[in-house]
Design a binder for this molecule. Sequence first.
Ligand code: ZN
Ligand code: ZN
Length: 339
Amino acid sequence: MARFFKRAPSKDGADERASDESPAKPREPEWAADKRDALKPDPDRIGISGAVPFVRLPQPDSLFAERAARFRALAPGHPLAGYLDFLGRIAEAQAAVQALYADGTLPAPEPEGDLAMRAEHGMPALSRALLGDGRPFLACLDALLARLDLTGAPEAARDALGRLSAAPPEDRLDLATQVFEGAFPVERMAECVFVSAALQVLVAGQAARLDAKVLKPVADGVCPACGSAPTASLIVAWTPADKARYLSCSLCGTLWNHVRIRCTACGSGEDVTYYGLDEVSKDVQVEACGTCHSYLKHLHQHRDPALDPVADDVASYGLDLKIAEDGFRKAGLNLLFVS
Ligand SMILES: [Zn+2]
Ligand SMILES: [Zn+2]
């Protein structure tokens, strides 16, 4: 029987274990008093706005290789070992494909002036215009599919690869546009995993070339570089301020600063609680908002630098199942594991 831990935010922004009762009905009643007593977030103390960089642009040359290594480390003995291994192979292929672009052959996404103007007007710097006539994306997808070794992968994944390989270019490009806009055709989810993987390489490569200084906050839970949703929240140790929180973009891998103990979906800090599970690393939790009933994975990367937002989100799927039972919906998005 899984035990579901509740952790209330503590005064200094650390997430302390408050109790270990199993929350049969976590929605409100029996926890309400607890929440009233909990210390409220203090943006002046934990907001750290201005004390840390607003964004950290992705580093594609290490992003995918480290993710592949993390999948490989998580797979042995895991209940989802087969799927973790499959996604690890995808990350390996992504690492190989991004290396093709390391010499700067990736086309510039948009004119510099357009990027700055979009950011100045509160819009993400990159838009789907980066897909252009589709040639860079289609080349990226072909390179990815050619490097994928799906030996031993789930049959559904191999079938999807076959269908995608046979699909005409305009159809593949249409799927990429839908993924970019966060609209996934339900009947083609398996194919979207490969399309998303190629798109991640392409968009991460272009986000990496942005000028971080021009990026401005867009909205809660929206990547300032490409407009996508976050996969997870990371507490990091690499900023001048201690334990800053960053959201990790599901598409381009950009990290952007977000005030701690404040919901990434609705912006409220009134009713935020942290949960963990016995069988999941104590450094991986969910941050749940009682105001809008959404949640996001919350990774303590400052304690375990190997934690990866994409790989550890999949490996902690038990947390998703448990929190969903309690009526919360996921505010984050994992393009390799849309559930
Ligand atoms: Zn992004
Ligand atoms: Zn909320």
